[in-house]
Design a protein around this ligand. Structure first.
Ligand SMILES: [Zn+2]
Ligand SMILES: [Zn+2]
Length: 119
């Protein structure tokens, strides 16, 4: 997501926030973009990848809406342990396994960041 009030004509790295933890995009904290400007950071991706892909444990409610692909998903999904305080109550956060898998593959391929999938 973009930081509220971002100048559309002059978007900085620090204006791009992870939808799941609201932290900024930095070289140490890479981001992967989903649909409609949604983003997940490398840290949240590590947590969600460990849960959904390695441990095969989801904590999203049945039929949740994935924040990244904007689809209602039946497979297991991840919800962050701490929901950002400014997240609207009628827009619950969740990441589906497919998005987490794809995002991890994208980030792991980008040599610039040196991000690795959890083992
Ligand atoms: Zn994050
Ligand atoms: Zn998804």
């Amino acid at each position: 997501m973009q930081r509220p009030g971002t100048d559309e004509n002059n978007v900085q790295m620090s204006d791009i926030l992870c939808d799941f933890c609201r932290r900024e995009w930095t070289m140490e904290r890479p981001m992967v973009e989903g649909h409609r400007g949604s983003c997940i950071c490398g840290d949240c991706l590590r947590l969600s990848y460990s849960a959904l892909v390695l441990e095969k444990q989801g904590n999203a409610p049945a039929g949740y809406l994935c924040t990244l692909c904007r689809e209602n998903r039946d497979e297991i999904g991840w919800v962050p342990a701490t929901i950002p305080a400014d997240q609207p109550a009628d827009q619950p956060l969740a990441a589906c396994r497919r998005c987490v898998n794809q995002s991890a593959a994208v980030l792991a391929k980008d040599k610039e960041y040196g991000w690795k999938k959890p083992q």
